[in-house]
Design a protein around this ligand. Structure first.
Ligand SMILES: Cc1cc2nc3c(=O)[nH]c(=O)nc-3n(C[C@H](O)[C@H](O)[C@H](O)COP(=O)(O)OP(=O)(O)OC[C@H]3O[C@@H](n4cnc5c(N)ncnc54)[C@H](O)[C@@H]3O)c2cc1C
Length: 433
């Protein structure tokens, strides 16, 4: 039997290096990265990316033949926990969303030509990508209802539809678009994926939707969520990514590991908020004592530590199941951590904001930004309710109604059964009376 929570020595050294590198080289850039603009950020990242490559830590999610390490999800998860402490750290490591997930799909389903044209430049940082599935007029939580259509036209396809929340759409060179190709097929086989260069006639990036994250209207920044019109967009047959009707299968394969990475990055954010909360508790005096001496604050600290530990172990366990038994076997574990991890992130950040009072609410600390980030985690990659539903469905599949609807643990019934079964013992007791 093996039941082991240790990290092998060599990889622990890499993790230690990453932790120090992110703190020393990337955290200092955080407060000015918006000012730097896209080109400035790229210039700032370039030397850091070289160091990451020299350590063999670039795009580690990909197989070795594509320059990655082919690391399993447990190792990737531990890495993402460190990268998650900063919104820009993944850029230095070649695994920032959505490019990382898109590169996984291209690696998994792309033809050699598609890999040459899109994947290799994406990995080299020469191209940017976006994933365009969600629509304003159909429920993203039930993508079998997608309305965007791709219809065969000679040897190519014509795509029509309206998408939004296509993250990084306004700075992308190409979009991976999910469109219905066989409306009459089984729901899971209706859609296909297409690679669509943004300069294809008929593609219009309308705007970056203002959000809690970026309430002021702006266009073309890293992390914007674009509304995109596809009107009579003609793409050649080679634009189809994977087989026709395989869109949802590919999306699932992309989303499983992606959710593990999200959860581990959230733990990185939660940990940073937690550290701020604990620091605050050590110096802020109110009503005759330090916050650290108040039971409510102690409860926040203890509860946060327990919840983060639970989320961490659950996430690493899901990663381990994925590594050892495959994506399918890990589906329920992944759904479990998606909603649980999002709640832990939210609650820890919320407590840290509260412990800082008005300072926590102000933009003088990163906590308010973390809070807005945390709110989105309960929605993207499937809202909480959908993941809870799928976990509950899976669990309930292991149960069936009791005979005559008498609960299995109904004590009078069990007592009666026990009396029958052990009548000889009871008789002996009565005889001794
Ligand atoms: C920051 C951010 C980035 C994103 N990036 C991308 C991206 O790059 N590409 C992309 O394609 N999409 C992206 N999205 C979209 C995201 O995946 C969708 O918003 C999400 O899937 C939910 O879809 P919806 O917004 O249409 O909500 P709906 O499907 O309309 O759901 C609304 C609400 O209904 C409730 N609900 C739904 N189903 C159930 C149920 N079964 N039981 C109970 N309640 C239910 C939930 O509370 C849910 O929040 C992003 C979203 C955000 C917030």
């Amino acid at each position: 039997m093996s039941w082991d929570f240790s990290t092998d020595h060599d990889y622990q050294e890499q993790l230690d290096w990453m932790r120090e590198f992110v703190r020393a080289e990337i955290w200092p850039l955080e407060s000015i990265w918006h000012e730097l603009g896209l080109d400035g950020l790229k210039a700032a990242m370039a030397p850091l990316q070289e160091q990451v490559k020299a350590r063999g830590l670039w795009a580690t999610h990909l197989p070795p033949e594509l320059g990655g390490q082919g690391m399993g999800q447990v190792k990737l998860g531990l890495m993402h926990e460190i990268l998650g402490t900063s919104p820009i750290a993944p850029l230095a490591f070649g695994n920032a969303a959505p490019d990382s997930g898109n590169s996984e799909i291209l690696a998994m389903a792309g033809t050699p030509e598609q890999k040459d044209r899109w994947l290799h430049p994406l990995l080299a940082g020469d191209l940017r990508s976006a994933f365009s599935m969600t629509e304003p007029n159909s429920p993203g939580s039930d993508p079998t209802q997608l309305r965007t259509r791709a219809v065969r036209d000679g040897d190519g396809w014509v795509i029509d539809g309206l998408k939004w929340f296509t993250s990084n759409g306004s700075i992308a060179d190409f979009l991976i678009v999910m469109a219905v190709t066989s409306p009459e097929a089984r729901p899971s086989q209706r859609a296909s994926m297409f690679i669509v260069p943004v300069d294809t006639p008929g593609v219009e990036i309308v705007r970056d939707v203002p959000t809690m994250e970026h309430p002021a209207e702006h266009f073309g920044g890293y992390g914007g969520h674009s509304e995109v019109v596809y009107e009579g967009v003609r793409v050649p047959g080679e634009a189809l990514l994977g087989a026709e009707g395989e869109g949802f299968v590919l999306a699932q394969q992309r989303l499983g590991p992606g959710r593990i990475h999200h959860c581990m990055r959230w733990l990185g954010v939660a940990r940073r908020a937690f550290d701020m909360m604990c620091e605050r508790a050590t110096y802020r005096q109110a009503h005759g004592s330090l916050l650290a001496q108040k039971q409510t604050v102690q409860n926040w600290i203890a509860d946060s530590a327990a919840e983060m530990q639970a989320a961490r172990l659950m996430t690493l366990h899901a990663a381990w199941v994925m590594d050892t038994e495959g994506h399918r076997a890990a589906r329920t574990d992944v759904a479990l951590i998606k909603f649980y991890g999002a709640k832990v992130l939210h609650d820890v950040v919320d407590r840290a904001v509260q412990a800082h009072g008005s300072l926590g609410y102000s933009t003088d600390l990163p906590l308010e930004q973390m809070y807005r980030f945390a709110r989105a985690a309960r929605i993207y990659d499937g809202p909480d309710e959908v993941h809870r539903q799928s976990v509950a469905r899976h669990i309930l599949a292991g149960y069936s109604p009791p005979i005559d609807e008498v609960p299995s643990e109904h004590l009078p019934t069990r007592r009666e059964q026990a009396r029958e079964r052990f009548a000889h013992l009871l008789e002996a007791v009565t005889a001794n009376d």
